[in-house]
Design a protein. Structure first.
Length: 270
């Protein structure tokens, strides 16, 4: 087996699939169905949209009239029964699963995603770091950007709103990420497509944007490798080979000694 970063080819599948709010068991069954199909077609990494296991309760398609206690009840701990089923699924299908869900940590909640190994181990946990104002009032924000070394290369995760900040992608790229997966639920369309292609190009990374209604697999040159057809639940897959960190894009020409200004607060005249 090649060492990390040496370009081991693999098939990544994004699930452009819509889960049902509150239906944890039904959503797991959807995950099992589509992940099994993807694995049969050669997928070695499968990625779901944001909040897949509980059906992302903050979206605009359904009322958000529920209490914090109700939200806590739908949350899943890392050792909970639903994630145990996810881990068993990854082990049975022998693939990496990146799954979005509402994570419960005691009485705290996070919009999270985990990467599960083909051995059924949770290798990486990421909590969404940015939201659009107070659109997820019961969730706390994450504070870290972990990068995971796998046999295919180095993986980082961002969730939905996180993708709109160039700093988040840049941090992951500077930490050696070669692939950034973005489980999402919010806005999509032409502006998002341009944004995701730009993030891939400027950081020299592969990007997998996985949304219930849009899926894009993008190369480090900003070119779209694969995308959904725009019609219903579907699997979007492609064979990827990750190049070494910093091999592509303007990130190679950085002058970080000039960039201190970007960590300052915006000056406002109001």
């Amino acid at each position: 087996m090649n060492r990390v970063g040496e370009g081991t080819p693999f098939v990544l599948a994004g699930l452009a699939v819509t889960p049902t709010p509150w239906d944890r068991d039904g959503n797991f069954e959807k995950l099992e169905l589509f992940a099994t199909k993807a694995a049969a077609e050669g997928a070695e990494v499968v990625v779901t949209p944001e909040g897949f296991l509980e059906g992302y309760l903050w979206n605009d398609d359904f009322p958000q009239h529920f209490s914090r206690d109700e939200y806590l009840a739908v949350g899943e701990t890392l050792d909970g029964p639903l994630l145990t089923r996810v881990r068993d699924l990854a082990r049975r299908l022998r693939l990496h699963l990146v799954v979005g869900f509402a994570e419960r940590r005691d009485d705290r909640m996070f919009n999270a995603a985990v990467t599960v190994s083909p051995e059924g181990e949770i290798l990486l946990r990421y909590a969404k770091t940015h939201t659009a104002g107070d659109d997820e009032p019961y969730n706390e924000k994450g504070t870290d950007f972990p990068v995971l070394a796998t046999p295919m290369g180095r993986l980082g995760i961002l969730i939905c709103m996180d993708r709109q900040f160039p700093e988040t992608f840049r941090i992951l790229a500077l930490r050696g990420a070669q692939l950034v997966v973005v489980p999402a639920w919010g806005g999509y369309g032409e502006m998002n497509d341009v944004m995701m292609r730009t993030r891939a190009y400027e950081n020299g990374v592969h990007v997998a944007f996985v949304h219930p209604r849009r899926c894009l697999l993008i190369g480090p040159d900003g070119a779209v490798i694969a995308q959904d057809t725009g019609a219903g639940d579907q699997i979007v897959a492609a064979r990827l080979t990750l190049d070494p960190p910093g091999a592509h894009g303007p990130i190679r020409r950085r002058r970080p000694e000039l960039y201190g200004e970007i960590i300052r607060e915006i000056v406002r005249d109001d």
